[in-house]
Write a protein that binds this ligand. Sequence first.
Ligand SMILES: Nc1ncnc2c1ncn2[C@@H]1O[C@H](COP(=O)(O)OP(=O)(O)O)[C@@H](O)[C@H]1O
Ligand SMILES: [Mg+2]
Length: 259
Amino acid sequence: MEQSTAKQEPSLLRRDATPDSAAAIPGALLPAARQYELAPPRRDRERILPPGAGGPHAAPYRMLRSQVTTRLDKLDANTLAMLSPLSAAGKTLTAINLAIAIAAERDRTAILVDFDLRNPSVHQRFGFEPKLGVEDCLTSSRPVHEAIVRIAGYERLLLLPARNRVENSSELLAESRTHDLIEELRRLGAKPVLIFDLPPVLQADDALLFSRHVQCGLMVVRENSTRREELTRAIELLHDLPLLGTVLNASREPRTTAY
Ligand SMILES: Nc1ncnc2c1ncn2[C@@H]1O[C@H](COP(=O)(O)OP(=O)(O)O)[C@@H](O)[C@H]1O
Ligand SMILES: [Mg+2]
């Protein structure tokens, strides 16, 4: 794991919007969820924000959170695909810390779903072994609330982890069962925001096929690593999905570029 103190600075762009809405059932299913502990040394090693999204690394993520929730509210949207051209951009870490920062807003619930079924890693970052994964909900119709977990101390944050790599994951993500699962999740908690971690856009067709189920996307790129042609190609591939913006991860100089 990298130990740099690099910061993360979002820059946002906006395309057109597809409004949608879902009724919230406050608190539904939350008490039933399995709960895991996250020890502070592990949390800090993994660069995961503490509950309430405080601490020395929180400011860029809080800024990103506020930009994202403002855009989502304007679009009347609550489903967000985490995207990156290639791996190691920081997509999973950004998804986790964005979810924690959203849950720090007291009137919202953040639900992070690990749909990177080629390389599930959300549970590894938090250091637990899921009993059930989201892939079980999709392939053997296990109820979604049995797979949802919480992390002790993190109010209003729900995780839907994946346990195993899945063959043909892109076809699974394209199925109508995936759509139904998302609709189920959209009824959880107060003002839920659903964040979906996914495989890299240019390495598999998962993100492309899954994009039909979400209202918008957020592109994570890594400074000095993601090439401009890769970013352009990823954005072109997903041209039908409104992009909330591009997160420039690990930048030495914070900067915002509107385009
Ligand atoms: N801003 C950052 N500063 C330091 N390390 C980071 C940063 N963003 C990501 N990392 C680390 O880089 C590695 C790849 O990040 P990850 O979130 O797994 O990328 P992806 O999901 O895009 O493959 C992880 O070990 C993660 O902890
Ligand atoms: Mg990842």
